[in-house]
Ligand binder design. Structure first.
Ligand SMILES: C[S@@+](CC[C@H](N)C(=O)[O-])C[C@H]1O[C@@H](n2cnc3c(N)ncnc32)[C@H](O)[C@@H]1O
Length: 242
């Protein structure tokens, strides 16, 4: 499957996330807030090695489905499922084209950590439209994104990178920002055009976009409102506009 990532970014993502073993306080809080029935179908997007999907199953959710674009992540998640005797259904899929899932399949959909901040900005509406398609009419969604306002210097980085790209003869397409540190080392290629970019968003603009694509935003938060350790994220709890 074609990935959006450069090879070094894919390796970095695997190294950073494949061994994650705990669900954080904010995720537990949000899951607890929305999950009202266990006899349901829940989906976790960008599951990595499955830690959140396994957590949902451990709470008693009957049917848990999860996907990730990176094959190595899905293999690890399936391996772990065997060890845990888990029934979570893991597949390799891209959030912008979820052909593996039929319309209206899910009651709960969780897009935690920065899966949607890893989707190129131009493809984000497609990913949200797919989320709408695979959710039932009463589905509840939890989304998270990297919070642009969480780092005072994001504006400076963006401005400097735009100039660097123009000097390299490339018109900056997105407002994404490459990682400053990759696998524990300063990313000296930060200003190069081939860098994979994370999309950092403001809560106000996400509230607007979500309404435009067909969601009703029930609640939205900056991470620090939910837990001091979660300052870099924003969260939206949504349902479909009917
Ligand atoms: C930051 S990691 C979080 C992993 C996992 N949710 C966790 O909490 O440990 C984000 C994950 O999203 C996946 N991802 C990024 N873009 C994706 C896409 N377009 N479709 C599916 N998965 C994607 C990455 O491969 C990565 O495993």
């Amino acid at each position: 499957m074609e990935s959006f990532f450069s090879e070094n970014y894919e390796t970095h993502t695997i190294n950073n996330w494949i061994d994650r073993s705990h669900v954080n306080t904010t995720e537990k809080k949000l899951i607890g807030q929305v999950l009202k029935k266990m006899n349901c179908k829940a989906m976790e997007a960008g599951t990595g090695s499955g830690v959140i999907a396994f957590y949902l199953e451990s709470l008693g959710v009957k049917n848990v489905y999860a996907f990730d674009i990176i094959e190595a992540m899905v293999s690890k998640a399936k391996h772990r499922a065997n060890e845990l005797n888990s029934k979570v259904d893991f597949v390799q899929a891209n959030a912008i084209e979820l052909t593996c899932y039929e319309d209206s399949k899910f009651d709960y959909l969780f897009y935690f950590q920065q899966i949607l901040s890893m989707v190129p900005h131009s493809e984000l509406p497609k990913a949200l439209e797919e989320a709408i398609r695979v959710g039932s009419d009463k589905a509840i969604y939890v989304f998270s994104f990297m919070d642009f306002n969480a780092r005072w210097y994001n504006g400076v980085l963006l401005f400097l990178r735009k100039i660097a790209l123009l000097l390299q003869g490339t018109k900056p397409k997105y407002r994404g920002i490459p990682e400053l540190v990759i696998d524990g080392k300063i990313n000296y290629r930060f200003f190069k055009k081939d860098q994979f970019c994370i999309q950092w968003y403001r809560l106000e603009e996400m509230n607007e976009l979500f309404k435009e694509v067909g969601f009703e935003v029930l609640n939205s938060y900056q991470g620090a409102q939910l837990s001091p350790k979660n300052w870099p994220n924003i969260y939206l709890i949504c349902k479909k506009q009917l």
